[in-house]
Design a protein around this ligand. Sequence first.
Ligand code: HEC
Ligand code: HEC
Ligand code: HEC
Ligand code: HEC
Ligand code: HEC
Length: 218
Amino acid sequence: MAQLFPRTADMWLRLALLLLSLGLVGVFVAFVVLSRSSYVTDQGWTIHQPVPFSHEHHAGALQIDCRYCHSNVENSPVAGLPPTHTCMSCHSQIWTGADMLEPVRQSLVQGEPLRWNRVSKLPDYVFFHHGVHVNAGVGCAECHGRVDRMPLMQKAEPFTMSWCLDCHQDPAPRLRPREAVTDMNWEYKGDRRELGEALMRRFHIGDGNLTHCYTCHR
Ligand code: HEC
Ligand code: HEC
Ligand code: HEC
Ligand code: HEC
Ligand code: HEC
């Protein structure tokens, strides 16, 4: 029987199909890698601020407690950013002439708050509450990392839904005594799961359904 196509046509077709499928796999892999990369989640990047405020200096070297500046963190959904007079409680006496602090002095004179750019921000359709976490013994460092080592604030964790759920499915090994929530150097010598489970029983932590959609989307 006469051949309609030369023998080699079959080979070319196979080769074309192979390249096409490799291409599709490549696109898929690139998509997965990109959607999880720090480029999409902003993790580990710093952003421009009106004043180059350093947590490393203030919370690290000077050991100022987080709650001195983020005073709503224990009883409100939002932690709150410090008003200008909180900065001026020290900077009306130290570093008074520094250029870097000019926007702070201007803000005080003009009665306009400093406009800090947000580093970690959830979409509006997600409900979050600082007070609930802090009172359950989830340390700031679990979600914001070693803030006391950050010259400029960075997002330490991805803040995606699966990241929230990872802890909500099994919070015990990530809990600590309430007194230690703002302590960046806190470490536990014993078994953290045992400690966490004891805390959960004592304070009835996680009695509600922490993985239910309504917990975070209401
Ligand atoms: C002297 C005041 C001061 C202290 C103390 C302080 N902060 Fe801050 N914090 C700020 C200011 C001002 C900003 C806004 C500028 C910036 O993002 O760096 C901020 C921003 C943040 C942000 C980023 C919020 C966002 O989404 O934009 C986090 C998280 C944070 N602080 C956590 C902490 C933790 C944890 C501690 C204690 C270890 C702490 N801070 C201690 C003043 C302070
Ligand atoms: C409890 C006192 C205190 C408070 C409150 C405070 N600072 Fe400072 N700040 C200092 C000291 C002390 C230094 C010098 C640190 C050094 O050089 O080691 C400093 C240094 C700075 C510097 C110079 C750069 C650096 O980090 O060394 C900037 C900018 C600054 N502070 C901004 C702020 C802002 C903005 C606020 C309010 C959100 C604030 N500070 C609140 C004590 C304070
Ligand atoms: C369970 C995780 C978690 C813990 C624990 C936590 N935070 Fe946050 N924090 C977040 C999330 C999520 C956001 C973004 C909230 C949003 O955009 O609605 C945020 C935002 C912030 C902000 C900026 C916006 C605001 O709420 O005013 C500051 C400041 C802050 N956190 C400080 C702290 C401090 C200080 C502690 C410890 C006392 C702490 N956080 C503990 C998850 C956490
Ligand atoms: C490191 C652990 C941890 C992470 C990360 C975490 N949570 Fe939680 N969350 C908890 C614990 C523990 C509780 C339970 C507190 C209780 O039962 O008293 C809780 C409770 C909550 C509640 C309150 C439920 C209620 O109705 O009382 C909300 C809302 C919530 N989390 C949202 C979030 C969101 C949104 C994220 C991610 C941005 C997140 N959480 C990340 C540990 C975590
Ligand atoms: C512990 C908190 C938490 C719980 C529980 C939760 N979500 Fe989410 N969800 C989030 C956060 C945080 C985001 C935003 C993620 C981001 O910005 O990347 C999100 C985003 C989403 C989105 C937007 C698309 C996306 O994936 O980014 C949908 C849809 C969604 N959630 C549906 C659900 C459903 C359905 C459930 C119940 C099975 C659920 N969520 C339970 C925290 C939660």
